[in-house]
Design a binder for this molecule. Structure first.
Ligand code: MSP
Length: 513
């Protein structure tokens, strides 16, 4: 039976242009989604834009544009960014769409019907930048008397009528959820943080605002708009056609994993499951928090002028090179630093030298010495058996890493095979065999083609365009590129196209003095 797999990115605020951090989370989910598709699973990959709230309203105002028009424009630039990054989503939810408002309002009604919403007044601190209510105990007071949120964002005092969600009633159920489902939150750091936060006790949560209008109307009380996080989290239900239980996408709920940046785990691991429990809906299976990118050692910020545009980087270095670097540089979950130097090093060492040379050396010898015809598998030596066994084990190893969302560990194991194949080609020296034992040379080249085919097949999710070209050069037909196809040997006798280098070395131009 086909397995269903549902994965989501956070939906992006439309208060500014997309940058490398947004590209990162999108590409990571894309790699996982593509892997599952390649593995024959029925995938739903969801992304979108978070368009309501004070932050977006203020940004639109600052540019003198009506909020809807502003949101239309920036939402489009997020879609374009994902297209530029070869991110293939199945659903892109905009929270200003009618279908989303319906989902958010139905969720509200269900939560209200179960008695978990009451009207009161909120008085306290709010961080617009984080779109978050901040408790007294979380505030830092500075010598000049100003106050900031844990993120460093400025705070304002808010006092207004508000609907509250009875979050305080969910402490035990949430702790039980984390305990009974040890994988619900990953990785360990954020998990510990959430558990200790919940153990300290939960306050009821203000879930509506009356001091501005840019939001989804609260059902039955048009003076209130929903707190932007109530609205935003509901996007995951919009994506599966909620509230229409007959919608064909409905089978994709609950989501297998919500991938999020580590700064928003509280919303996903506490509020979201509590809202769903209150509404009587199934909970997502997992929330996974990834780390943050800094740039050349500094936090990315508009004021520092170091915000990285993913499109410019892809244009300069190549899209697949960029995707590879982002996935390879850091264990998924950890923080990392973006530096041109490390990107160029990885391009030259791992892509150009390790993988590019391996393919080029092998394929150019097939072209030159075998007339470009793929030989049959020959008699295998112990050395051949050893490397082929390593290749045979790789799909399952990679699958297990992807299952754990260990995107960079999967690359590490793929590179182990690549490095082993380079050592094998040096040991076997087919260029020497050419004169001494041409039949053996053909056997060695065939082993190498088979190993490279495994590598290229498994790397498709990471570098879709280049691996398509590599598989073309290996004579692998379109229908033979999924993971299960690796179990069937390519027939000998195919004529391979003329090989071309796929990973040129990158040479940094000398800076003008
Ligand atoms: N709109 C909310 C999410 C709602 S989900 C129901 C939001 N949006 S955001 O645009 O500010 O950030 C979305 C995500 O972008 C982050 O959670 C993170 O995944 C990614 N990143 C933004 N900046 C980043 C870095 N500097 N580094 C890595 N990822 C970062 O929060």
């Amino acid at each position: 039976m086909t397995r269903r797999f549902t994965i989501t990115t956070p939906i992006f605020y439309v208060n500014g242009a997309p940058h490398i951090g947004h590209a990162y989370t999108s590409i990571a989910c894309d790699v996982i989604a593509r892997f599952h598709r390649l593995d024959g699973n029925d995938v739903l990959f969801v992304s979108g834009t978070d368009e309501h709230g004070q932050k977006v309203e203020q940004s639109a105002k600052a540019q003198n544009v009506p909020p809807q028009e502003f949101a239309d424009r920036i939402s489009q630039s997020f879609r374009q960014m994902q297209k530029d990054m070869a991110v293939q989503t199945d659903e892109f939810i905009r929270t200003t769409e009618a279908r989303h408002k319906k989902a958010a309002q139905t969720l509200w009604e269900k939560v209200a019907e179960s008695g978990h919403i009451y009207l009161d007044a909120y008085e306290g601190w709010y961080s617009t930048r984080d779109e978050m209510f901040v408790g007294e105990d979380e505030i830092t007071t500075h010598p000049d008397g100003s106050r900031t949120a844990p993120s460093g964002a400025p705070l304002e005092w808010v006092r207004e009528p508000s609907y509250f969600f009875r979050l305080s009633e969910f402490q035990d159920r949430l702790l039980k959820l984390y305990e009974e489902n040890p994988d619900f939150i990953g990785p360990h750091g954020p998990k510990r943080e959430i558990i200790s936060f919940v153990k300290q006790g939960l306050r009821d949560l203000s879930i509506s605002r009356t001091s501005f209008r840019w939001g989804v109307e609260v059902p039955g009380d048009p003076d209130h708009v929903m707190y932007v996080w109530f609205d935003a989290l509901a996007n995951y239900l919009t994506a599966v056609g909620y509230p229409d239980m007959q919608d064909p996408r409905h089978v994709h709920w609950p989501a297998d994993v919500h991938v999020v940046g580590k700064e928003i785990i509280r919303f996903h691991c506490i509020y979201w499951p509590a809202f769903l429990m209150a509404a009587g809906l199934p909970l997502p299976k997992r929330v996974f928090a990834h780390g943050w990118w800094t740039v050349e050692g500094e936090k990315m910020s508009k004021s520092l002028g170091n915000v990285l545009d993913p499109k410019a980087l892809a244009d300069e270095f190549g899209l697949d090179q960029l995707r590879f670097f982002l996935m390879r540089e850091v264990p998924f979950g950890g923080d990392s630093n973006f530096s041109r130097r490390s990107l160029i090093t990885r391009m030259n060492v791992e892509l150009a030298n390790d993988l590019g040379n391996l393919a080029q050396r092998t394929l150019s010898q097939v072209a030159r010495n075998l007339g470009g015809v793929l030989p049959e598998r020959g008699t295998l030596t112990e050395d051949d058996e050893k490397i082929l066994a390593q290749a045979t084990l790789l799909p399952d190893l990679t699958r297990r890493h992807i299952e754990r969302l260990a995107i960079s560990d999967a690359l590490e194991d793929i590179w182990k095979l690549i490095r082993e194949a380079n050592a094998y080609i040096d040991r076997q020296a087919p260029w020497v065999l050419k004169k001494e034992n041409p039949a053996r040379m053909a056997d060695v080249l065939r082993v190498l083609v088979d190993v490279i085919r495994t590598v290229a097949t498994l790397l498709q999710p990471y570098m879709p365009d280049t691996m398509e070209k590599m598989l073309d050069q290996l004579g692998v037909e379109t229908g033979e590129r999924h993971i299960a196809a690796l179990e069937t040997l390519l027939p000998g006798g195919r004529t391979l196209p003329k090989p071309q280098g796929l990973f040129p070395r990158f040479v940094e131009e000398e800076k003008q003095a």
